[in-house]
Design a protein. Sequence first.
Length: 472
Amino acid sequence: MTSATGVGAARRWLVLAVVLLCFLPAAVDVTILTIAVPTLAEALDASTTELLWVVDVYSLLMIGLVLVTGPLGDRIGHRRLLLIGLGVFGVASAFSSLAGTPLALVAGRALLAVGAAMIIPATLAVIRQTFSDPREHAVAIGGWSAVAAGASALGPVAGGFLLHHFWWGSTFLVNLPVVAVAVPAVLLVLRNNPEPEPRPWEALSPVLAVIGSVGTAYAVIALTHDGVGVAEVVVPGAAGVLAIVVFLRRQRVLEHPLLDLSLFRLPPLRAGVVISVLPVLVMVGFELQLVQYLQLALGLSPAEAAWRLLPMPVAAVLAGPIGGWLLPRLGARLAVPGGLALAAAGYALVASDVVFAGGLVLVGFGHGLVQMIASDLVMTTAPEQQAGAAAGIESVSYETGAAVGIAVLGTVTAVFYREGAGGSASLLDARSSAAAAEALTGAFRGITWVAAALVLSTIAVVARWSAGGAVR
């Protein structure tokens, strides 16, 4: 497909607009519930463990599912996969809004993950197949990354405004108008281009992928709670690791693997995966702690907290298209360390409480820029006929970062908080106790310095790979 002007060019940008519309609700749902955690705890009488599952099951399930749905899109066509995903996502949104118990809400969020796992890789694959010119592709990926980074940061903001005016179920019902517009737009604008000769499909690899991701991530999440037995960590963790090992061995010997591991022999793709995972891990984990700090330690309402968060998603949205313009001119070798340095400086400003809003601007812009470049590296390195497989890799990188970030940085915050509070007090105590609020403030500042350190360490990794030619 060439980069001709006129009707062809206009249609390409229309395709991009439709793709971004489809992607928006799936991206927002990664973080939209983070600001609703205190509200859900009261409304559903949910325990800390149940709340963590409500928030984290969405990203957790997608880690395994996108490995399945990406190649499936190559087989049946990404337009068809996108339509199925939108339908599942709409039904799951309605179901979740009516959930009356924590378990029902976890089930609804799990079904949302199934729909999103079809939507996200399909949108990336359609972009890869539509834009062959490197400059146009960089701009298109810049738009996708603007939605990815901006929506993750926008989720708590949107959730805060919805909670201010409506009940918590509105955070799910807001998806339905978007789905209602997106489905006919996909039918009218997108074309279905499945593989001319579909590869055989085998059932064991998808099962292993899901068991592996869920089992290992469950073990990580279980470690975040007091009173958890050894078996509750070891059994699912061991099952998950075993499933991952068997999955990887099968992919090496199958004639038509679900995940083509040969793609990881490409240095730019490997670099793109790591550049995607680490910053997303930091930003999403930091954002959950930021929301809790604003509401529990500072006593802000969800709407007031949303206003304080707003600079971050605005900056992240702007970073995508700006990065799409900068990348062909500067190259990833300069742009990635620059974006990471901005994010690290932002975390330092927030931790020091010097220029809070300015720090959030730097965090949002820096992460948005890096996410755009990571997506471009993954999608342009893989051959076009493997666009779905590459999209699955990019999607699982993002979701892995989000799920692990929530679990790991949440654990570190809990450790800091318990030390400051002198015991195992609940974070909700910060609303009614000055000492607990002070402990939570200290924990938040500590985790923000940790975030800055992790981002700086990523710069060192990128510098090493740049020297080896993986990042140019």
